[in-house]
Design a protein around this ligand. Structure first.
Ligand code: RIB
Length: 303
């Protein structure tokens, strides 16, 4: 059995719910405020751990009340936090989220996440069969250092280039599996995409990415499911019809679930269906990290 190592962000999500999103310059009355553990790295690590993989998170927290709450929560989910450093002089990562009609807007203030360094990711001893996962809420040179080590150890690398930002072809070259939504795909391919575009358009765009054709590319399409290119061949894993209440963290659930499945030795096509099912459970609950399903819940759904 392989292990999952996630180098990534840890945030406290400060969530306001409202009947609709305010327009720029407008104030609307909210319904409730919540404090949910989140951050793309933490969410993905929680998903992987709850779905049965031995999971280590590499990251940083501030020495503040949010940092202490986040550490307690993540430990209770079974995530190994030996490589999460408490860092004085900054605050824990914080995301300000508005949710209306199950859709969100997010502003992330990185705090300690911006200090996750190449030295931090040098600590774990990776091995063949392990899965190394990262996203774009920690510095890109840190991700490159992490994936170089993973490659040297013959571990599988998964990049979720979110939030969308440009990156070098050298970084993409270190990636075995790229998991991204249409905004991130559009930015990396330097083209404009919409979530209503036909799957064929995403396939054509994914094929134009500056990556080798042997990479696996998964384009998450929200309620439409996931479009995967495996060996250059596209397949659509249809979304499950569910009533979404909060889509925050659904992409992270997909990433963490896929990583856990691959670490447990499952084939990519089975892993894709499993991760798709896991994400459909996540969207039916409020919050990011707290909404990650257990292996028993996913098994019950798949029958
Ligand atoms: O992907 C969802 C996450 O993005 C939230 O938990 C928030 O912290 C931001 O990082």
């Amino acid at each position: 059995m392989g292990r999952v190592f996630v180098a990534g962000s840890i945030n406290m999500d400060v969530v306001a719910t409202a009947t609709r999103h305010p327009r720029v310059g407008e104030t609307v009355a909210g319904n409730a405020v919540h404090y949910f553990p989140g951050g793309k790295g933490a969410n993905q690590a929680v998903a992987a751990a709850k779905l049965g993989a031995s999971t280590t998170l590499i990251g940083r927290l501030g020495t503040d009340a949010f940092g202490r709450q986040l550490r307690t929560f993540l430990a209770a989910q079974g995530v190994d936090l030996a490589l999460v450093k408490d860092t004085a002089g900054t605050h824990s990562g914080t995301a300000i989220i508005t949710i209306a009609n199950a859709d969100n807007t997010i502003v992330v203030v990185p705090g300690a996440n911006a200090l996750v360094s190449a030295d931090d990711v040098a600590a774990p001893v990776l091995a063949k069969g392990d899965v190394a996962v990262s996203q774009f809420e920690i510095p890109l040179p840190t991700i490159a250092a992490f994936f170089k080590r993973a490659r040297a150890a013959q571990a599988t690398t998964i990049l979720n280039p979110a939030p969308a930002m440009a990156c070098s072809p050298e970084l993409l070259d270190l990636v075995d599996i790229l998991i991204l939504n249409e905004t991130e795909l559009g930015l990396l391919a330097q083209t404009e995409l919409h979530d209503t575009d036909e799957p064929a358009r995403f396939v054509e765009t994914a094929r134009r990415l500056p990556t080798a054709s042997d990479k696996i590319i998964c384009v998450t399409l929200g309620k439409r499911g996931v479009l995967a290119l495996v060996g250059g061949e596209p397949s659509l894993i249809a979304g499950r019809a569910v009533k979404a209440v909060d889509t925050t963290g659904a992409g992270d659930c997909f990433v963490g679930a896929l990583a856990a499945q691959l670490a447990n030795g499952n084939a990519i096509r089975d892993a894709l269906g499993y991760a798709n099912a896991a994400a459909s459970i996540c969207v039916q609950r409020m919050g990011a990290a707290p909404s990650m399903p257990t292996a028993a819940e996913v098994a019950a759904l798949r029958g």
